[in-house]
Design a protein around this ligand. Structure first.
Ligand code: GDP
Ligand code: MG
Length: 177
């Protein structure tokens, strides 16, 4: 409350979930640092990154949590979800199995977060359209069915990365203001 202009500060915890290798860590590094890593290994050490976003003149800190590869063992802990007010559920448009897993990730999210969490379905790797395995329409209709926002993104070429995070952040913001 000591900040110039008297604006409040907001801190939103947002979690990234979805199968291993769908591009969660790269979506985060693209959003937070404008970086992409084609050889990314499982994230080690970094629990979350904070990115400041301006929403209607208010400073919003988005604290975005990335799994440290635990999703491979279906062992994402409840601590990961604790306090989350937003989630990006990510699949890979070239790998149908990752799309089929979305419902399971949504169930897990519902189990751990009882509040109204801003949720976005993200079909990542849209730069790989030539080897696409899940159509945009399928993504859209699943999102409609589940009441989620939907976007296709590419962490590689930056398509919709900022937009996807911002839609979730705006949704959370509008829920509390
Ligand atoms: P995570 O396990 O969900 O965190 O996935 P990673 O971010 O580690 O990415 C897994 C692999 O997919 C890596 O080889 C990335 O370089 C690659 N990758 C991630 N996002 C994209 C994308 O948007 N397009 C393409 N072509 N490859 C991507
Ligand atoms: Mg990762």
């Amino acid at each position: 409350e000591e900040r110039g202009g008297g604006g409040e500060e907001y801190l939103f915890k947002i979690v990234l979930i979805g199968d291993s290798a769908v591009g969660k860590s790269n979506l985060l590094s693209r959003f937070a640092r404008n970086e992409f890593d084609s050889n990314s290994k499982a994230t080690i050490g970094v629990e979350f990154q904070t990115q400041v976003v301006d929403i209607d003149g208010k400073e919003v800190k988005a604290q975005i949590w990335d799994t440290a590869g635990q999703e491979r063992f279906r062992a994402v802990t409840s601590a990961y979800y604790r306090g989350a007010v937003g989630a990006l559920v990510v699949y890979d448009i070239t790998r149908r199995s990752s799309f089929d897993s979305v419902k399971r990730w949504l169930e897990e999210l519902t189990t751990h977060c009882d509040t109204a969490v801003g949720r976005m379905l993200v079909g990542n790797k849209c730069d790989l359209d030539s080897i696409r395995d899940v159509s945009t329409e399928e993504g859209k209709s699943l999102a409609e069915e589940e009441g989620l926002f939907f976007m296709e993104t590419s962490a590689l070429d930056s398509t919709n990365v900022e937009a996807a995070f911002e839609v979730v952040i705006r949704e959370i913001y509008s829920n509390i203001s």
